[in-house]
Design a protein around this ligand. Structure first.
Ligand SMILES: Nc1ncnc2c1ncn2[C@@H]1O[C@H](COP(=O)(O)OP(=O)(O)OP(=O)(O)O)[C@@H](O)[C@H]1O
Length: 281
């Protein structure tokens, strides 16, 4: 899904929500119809209901075009569902907010700002004083493994480094929920593995709720508490799989673990069973 307004400024203006609740996100009978340019209605999502607990890491898997991004954008408040309601902390989502931090490729880094400038942007917009915003941002840059690159500009960074900056920039808002749309999809296998490990380490520190869209079954099983498998278009939930593997997880160990391998094979079969990976206009 491709057309998104740049809403970073909007997110930065509202006040963050606080407090722990059991259900962080509730998606209640949500359907989404898009009008295509040919003026035909296209049912992208059909009657999706899903509850995501506070602090859970949930991945969404499914064939291309099944509505994964659309679901993420509905939770982000960038798309209003045609039917049903999506809630965050019990409140209906009516637009973007700083409680939900998107890590989407559409939210490209500001090319005219340094790494530090990009990460500091959110806290400064939220009224954090410059010295404090800088200290917080430097700590986050270190946390995502970019210490020493504070004064670099996006064009001087690799794809993986840009993703790290994007993650630090979103974390700087202190969102309760991270919304990640194939954040590592464009990276080489080695960088992808490193970023998966780093993301898990960061997540294990403060257990934010994460909603993560990916095409990689292995990545989903490695990272997640739950994997949501969707049917092909129109997207419905086929199955929610609880990933009962101990944490902290080490990728090298898990790859040899028969339980991990079984989850991957079972979920791959579920996706194959959703039908041919055909795209329909
Ligand atoms: N703004 C839009 N206007 C019209 N149709 C749209 C719009 N956004 C998405 N769609 C359609 O909705 C369906 C779901 O799109 P979406 O991007 O959510 O799927 P996806 O599962 O994330 O796909 P992929 O895995 O290929 O990224 C597709 O058929 C797409 O063409």
């Amino acid at each position: 899904m491709k057309v998104l307004p740049s809403r970073l400024e909007v997110q930065a203006q509202s006040v963050p929500l606080r407090g722990q609740v059991a259900a962080m996100i509730e998606i209640d009978h949500v359907s989404q119809v898009f009008q295509t340019s040919a003026r035909q209605d296209h049912l992208a999502l059909s009657d999706i209901s899903l509850t995501i607990e506070d602090g859970a890491f949930v991945s969404i898997l499914g064939p291309s075009g099944c509505g994964k991004s659309t679901l993420l954008y509905i939770v982000g408040g960038f798309v209003n569902p045609t039917k049903g309601v999506a809630k965050v902390k019990g409140k209906a989502i009516t637009g973007p907010g700083p409680d939900r931090g998107p890590v989407f490729q559409e939210f490209a880094l500001f090319p005219w700002k340094s790494v530090l400038g990009n990460v500091m942007y959110g806290p400064r917009q939220q009224g954090v004083k410059p010295a404090e915003a800088e200290a917080q941002s430097r700590a986050l840059i270190e946390m995502v493994g970019l210490k020493g690159f504070e004064n670099f500009y996006p064009k001087e960074l690799s794809g993986g480094m840009k993703q790290r900056v994007a993650l630090a920039r979103t974390l700087a808002y202190h969102p309760a929920v991270l919304l990640m749309d194939e954040p590592f999809g464009a990276l080489d296998a080695h960088t992808r593995t490193r970023l998966q490990n780093d993301l898990l380490n960061i997540w294990e520190r403060d257990r934010k709720t994460v909603l993560f869209v990916t095409h990689s079954v292995e990545e989903a099983v490695f990272l997640s508490d739950k994997v949501v498998v969707m049917t092909r278009s129109p997207g419905r939930i086929k199955q929610v799989v609880d990933i009962d593997l101990p944490r902290p997880r080490r990728r090298a160990e898990l790859l040899l673990d028969t339980r991990f391998q079984k989850y991957v094979v079972d979920i791959e079969r579920m996706i194959d069973d959703t039908g041919e990976d055909e795209l329909h206009p």
